[in-house]
Design a protein around this ligand. Structure first.
Ligand SMILES: Nc1ncnc2c1ncn2[C@@H]1O[C@H](COP(=O)(O)OP(=O)(O)OP(=O)(O)O)[C@@H](O)[C@H]1O
Ligand SMILES: [Mg+2]
Length: 541
């Protein structure tokens, strides 16, 4: 971590104080057991470093488990090296056996040499127990921080090690040292800590680290700009904070890019368009920091999902918020397979779920995924910068207006392409040809208590359209509600609706279909819509 990162550190006061106070309680025989969990790049490591910086009374041992991976013995040498470096306050990193033995021989603490010598001839199980036990042999209490803790689970692959968590528990349970563990693989960590079958169940206080508050995100961007003697207009600044989801890492990267843009153009004040350009540069162009990061992240995700069709699934997900069944339909796979893929992506925290609908919450990642990579699986940039920026805007708005909005917007676009054409009526669930209206404007009508008409098409005759993207097939109840709304519309506008059309992404129940046919309601599901789109030559996203 560079110095620049340290002195721009903002906020996190409450959690930092909590961690400091908990650490101070070590001396009162009440050592902390805290798990700090948060999504990638949200600032866990920075916070832990800040904590280490603030703790003066006791030694702090910070171990990044990710960087000490390997066989139990390699794990041991690296762990010992890390501990020695911090206890002895050495500047140089110590990684391998020779370096560890050499420094251990010079150490005042005989336990260090003893551990190193034991490790030398240890089998797998002794290697990990000796290693994890080392801080327990010290006379003074200390605080041990395991960053990227979930990496420790890899040791379970070794035959002798039945459960690394069990070994770890046996050690810390008796310990008067403090333990803080941290990681970004939220689902895995939650499972390790909250699942009653796990050895760590109930032992750690879970603390979640979220994105920064808006005010601090704004401050962070401003601080960096200020260092380079630049400023930013308010609207531009707020846009930056929103698009970056208030993630400090994204905020820093976009701001850094913004500064380069300002320097090149010899400008002091950043405007909205500069921010958009900075986002484009860092996310979409091949040299962009976030472009590189997203590539790495994406590779990682694909590796972890292995043979599953996660790539295709993500492609759908970055354009649509979708249910298990919806994805199954789009990908032409079974619901079971779709559920398996979504479950895995959830576990990896790439996607989130709300009311049984799955979506990609990370806006910039989604933007990258959409624009620069997944196009029939081959990397390529799809749009020019200006197109890209307007897509960014559009997607941002769609994300903001929430689930279902994008689908509805597409259906409106589709309707505008009708132009009086005559497709096969079966697309609408009827046996005759239908003449589609020619309309420019697609009005939506709010009828207060009675409901809404999502689209009213008027060109001599009137079409009332309902557009639904919920995760259940539509049944008679919803169709009845639609009819009531139409009645309300007819009364309030003094018009007669000739065509009632219900579009449902998830289709209709069989009783829904019967009801529609008895009541003269045209119905279309996603497959019908695809056919219709092909017929009127509209490209669905
Ligand atoms: N509170 C903060 N103030 C300023 N910058 C921050 C803050 N928190 C994090 N950052 C910056 O954001 C970036 C990511 O932070 P950090 O590496 O701490 O996140 P992390 O959650 O540990 O990420 P990872 O998931 O990669 O482990 C770093 O450049 C860091 O300096
Ligand atoms: Mg980290």
């Amino acid at each position: 971590m560079s110095n620049m990162d340290i002195d721009i550190f903002v906020n996190r006061k409450a959690i930092l104080n909590y961690l400091i106070e908990s650490t101070n309680s070590i001396t009162k025989k009440n050592p902390p057991r805290i798990a700090l969990i948060g999504p990638r790049k949200i600032g866990k490591t920075s916070l832990l470093w800040k904590l280490a910086e603030k703790i003066k009374q006791i030694p702090v041992i910070y171990v990044d488990i990710k960087s000490i991976n390997g066989s139990p013995k390699e794990f041991g040498w690296r762990y010992l090296g890390t501990v020695i470096k911090q206890i002895e306050k050495n500047d140089i990193n110590i990684f391998n056996r020779d370096e560890v033995i050499r420094t251990a021989q010079k150490s005042k603490d005989k336990n260090i040499l003893r551990a190193a010598l034991t490790l030398e001839s240890a089998d797998d199980i002794t290697a990990v127990t000796t290693t994890l036990n080392l801080p327990e042999t010290f006379t003074e209490p200390c605080l041990i921080i395991f960053d990227e803790f979930q990496g420790i689970l890899k040791l379970d692959r070794f035959k002798q090690i039945d459960s690394i968590l069990q070994i770890f528990r046996d050690i810390f349970q008796r310990s008067s040292n403090g333990y803080i563990i941290s990681g970004s693989e939220i689902s895995i960590l939650e499972n390790v800590l909250n699942n009653s079958a796990s050895p760590l169940f109930g032992h750690f206080n879970l603390k979640y680290l979220h994105s920064l508050p808006e005010k601090d995100t704004l401050q962070l961007a401003k601080n960096i700009l200020k260092k380079f003697d630049r400023n930013i207009e308010n609207t531009a600044l707020r846009y930056l904070a929103r698009v970056t989801n208030k993630c400090p890492y994204y905020t820093i990267q976009v701001t850094k890019e913004l500064i380069s843009i300002l320097i090149i153009q010899d400008k002091r004040m950043a405007k909205l368009n500069d921010v958009k350009r900075a986002i484009f540069n860092t996310v979409i162009s091949a040299q962009g920091e976030l472009y590189v990061y997203f590539n790495y992240l994406f590779d990682l995700i694909l590796k972890r999902t292995e043979s599953l069709r996660a790539k295709d699934a993500l492609l759908f997900l970055c354009d649509n918020n979708i249910s298990i069944h919806g994805l199954a339909k789009r990908m032409e796979i079974s619901d079971a397979e779709s559920s398996k893929i979504l479950k895995r992506l959830l576990e990896l925290d790439v996607i989130s779920k709300k009311d049984r609908i799955f979506y990609v919450p990370d806006f910039l990642f989604k933007f990258w995924l959409n624009e620069s990579y997944l196009h029939n699986g081959t990397p390529e940039i799809k749009h020019s910068i200006d197109e890209c920026l307007s897509i960014l805007e559009e997607k941002y708005l769609a994300a903001k207006t929430g689930l279902g909005h994008a689908f509805e917007a597409q259906m409106r676009d589709l309707i505008r392409k009708f132009n009086g054409q005559e497709p096969d009526g079966r697309i609408f669930g009827v046996d005759r040809k239908l003449k589609l209206p020619r309309v420019r404007t697609v009005e939506s009508v709010s009828l207060g208590e009675i409901g809404d008409i999502d689209a009213l098409l008027s060109n001599g005759e009137h079409w009332a359209v309902e557009i639904k993207n919920i995760n259940k097939p539509i049944g008679p109840k919803q169709l009845e509600k639609f009819q009531k709304a139409i009645l309300g519309l007819e009364l309030s506008r003094n018009i007669k609706v000739t065509y009632r059309w219900y579009i449902s992404y998830e289709g209709f129940s069989s009783s829904g279909r019967v009801f529609a046919s008895n009541n003269n309601i045209l119905i279309s599901d996603w497959e019908d819509i695809q056919k219709l789109a092909r017929f009127v030559k509209y490209r669905l996203k």
